[in-house]
Ligand binder design. Sequence first.
Ligand code: GLU
Length: 412
Amino acid sequence: MNAYEMALVQLRTAAKYLNLEDSIVEILSRPKRELQVSFPVKMDNGKVKVFTGYRVQHNDARGPFKGGIRYHPLVDINEVRALAMWMTWKTAVLNIPYGGAKGGVACNPKEMSKSELERLTRKYTMMISPIIGPYTDIPAPDVYTDPQTMAWIMDTYSQLVGYRVPAIVTGKPISLGGSAGRSTATSRGVIVAAKEAAKAFKREMEGLGIVIQGFGNVGANAAILAREFGAKVIAVSDSKGGIYNEKGLDVFEVLKHKERTGSVVNFPSAKNVTNEELLELPCDILVPAALEGQIHKGNAKNIQAKIVVEGANGPTTPEADKILFDREIMVVPDILANGGGVLVSYFEWVQNLTNLYWTENEVNDKLDNKMRDAFLQVYNIAREKCVDMRTAALILSVGRVVEAMNIAGYFP
Ligand code: GLU
């Protein structure tokens, strides 16, 4: 099952609970607009390489399209379609006035120099510029894109239109109008969601054992914050493999080790594990913060965590969802758990449009409150309807999107 097929299964499950008409399901199944672009980029060796990129706009019933841009060798149209649909649900779960979109370029950023990435980013921005804008579609970072990438996008777009447009993109460096707290927002939201989930099990974060798959922006910052919240990070991994110490890892030392060696693997005083083994370690909370499809029907029965908090988008397949639900393992779904990122993106956009800037404490307080509210709303629906948290989050979000669509009508 590819990511788009997963997203469609999830949509149909929610549609059943909401008694949606087939025509509505049909509208929501297909993105409103898809743009595929091919563009040449001059590489450092003087040769020209042609890249393929996408921007998929799923739904804008509740506000402008919103969603990140991913650079990864495995990016394809079906992945971007799924990620765009998940953004529609994510902004609706958090009740922020956006729709959902996603972009991506099939490339391997690990093998590219900074100047090659700059040329690729600026060219891709030019290619998608007809359909993005501060009131139409606002990109942001995702896998292997970062504040520097956003700075290039903002600068390129601004040069095209002739004036500075900070609100064209979120996740910018602070010096270009980025928001305090944005770089750690996704992880903060993940840990706040984990804390609320633990509370539902009558547990405090203090002393809980956490396993994190993925050590990029989301995974690494979640590890740092988990520690701040009193939990014990017992295993982490990156694309090369993982490390495990049941007594807890010194996260800052792991970060230094990764900086030195390029990976978390071979960290002194920890045991190396594979990414597959890592998911099945005994722990209280498992945070998949890498790519899609990691928890599937083959390994769901071996998961030992009591709570799974999805830092990544789409890490659990629909078959695995069923198995975990039957085993009474709570899955806090991506569209809720990692919503802190787009939430602070929204705060950044509001600050750009009003030219009034907030402190990190203000941002974090607003983030914590919104995440807690959204968690409780979803949790209450899950309890009321005896469904898993993903289905509950979809009932809430799809319901909100359909309400907006129906009230706006189907012009002409
Ligand atoms: N790429 C992030 C996500 O999947 C953030 C999107 C945004 O801030 O617009 O939620």
